[in-house]
Design a protein around this ligand. Structure first.
Ligand SMILES: [Zn+2]
Length: 249
């Protein structure tokens, strides 16, 4: 089984596991590619340098809505770096609201413009903010992307799919007790799912209590096959194809 972890933070200075060892365990476990996702400009540079030093690792650059108040100075210069395959994670987070909503909207639009100009896909982080999210992204009809760590309603999943976006599924699927959420995961079309870990967060069952790492994306794949009639090989093949098509990796 070969898989891609489309969203991890193993490059981060906050990552408490040895990144090189986590990388090697992923490769040994059949996770052939990983995308290190930046959350601000400094962190995006770390993602690029980790990618440059590890075969099969790619970088996404962006300023997370939590960091919106700090602006995006210096981001544009990173877009043309060799291993940068996406803009993200960017979006709106009204659950934590660490930056005020207006600041979040402003830097989100600026980064969508950067993605549009560079013709790069976007890794979206959207939490309790879909009412503002849809009108903003609709101004950028050419944007492709993934709704990372999707935990929202069937209606928003449908809207995402109609908009041509992929849905990023991670360890939450393995431990959520929310029946409506489970229902959403079990019915997503296979050609719209991409897998991720969001390491070090959201560790899947049966590794709860440990820090997350890319090799655990296997557990997300295995779990999804228990709630739908798909073999793990088929799921691995299709989600890998989806990720390859979206990010050109
Ligand atoms: Zn993340």
């Amino acid at each position: 089984m070969k898989l891609i972890d489309t969203h991890c933070h193993i490059h981060s200075s906050d990552y408490k596991i040895d990144s090189n060892e986590a990388y090697q365990r992923a490769i040994d476990g059949g996770v052939t590619k990983m995308i290190c996702v930046g959350t601000d400009v400094v962190d995006s540079k770390l993602a690029i340098s980790f990618a440059n030093n590890h075969e099969g690792v790619f970088a996404s650059v962006g300023v997370h809505p939590h960091e919106a108040k700090h602006g995006i100075a210096g981001l544009k210069e990173l877009v043309s770096e060799n291993k940068v395959v996406a803009i993200g994670e960017i979006g709106l987070d009204y659950f934590y609201e660490h930056s005020d909503r207006q600041a979040q909207i402003e830097i989100f639009e600026q980064q969508l413009q950067i993605a549009d100009d560079a013709n790069l896909p976007v890794i979206f982080h959207v939490r309790e903010a879909f009412d503002d999210f849809w009108p903003i992204v609709s101004k950028f009809p050419n944007i492709r992307g993934v709704l990372h760590s999707f935990t929202d309603s069937q209606a928003n999943a449908n809207k995402a799919i109609e908009s041509g976006f992929f849905i990023g599924v991670n360890g939450i699927a393995t431990f959520t007790k929310d029946a409506a959420q489970q229902q959403v995961y079990s019915q997503l079309p296979l050609d719209k799912i991409i897998l991720e870990t969001d390491s070090p967060y959201l560790t899947p069952v049966p590794h709860r209590g440990k820090l997350n790492e890319p090799v655990f994306v296997r557990e997300v794949a295995r779990y999804l096959c228990t709630v739908r009639s798909t073999s793990v090989d088929e799921l691995a093949l299709l989600t890998t194809q989806n990720a390859t098509n979206l990010f050109h990796i």
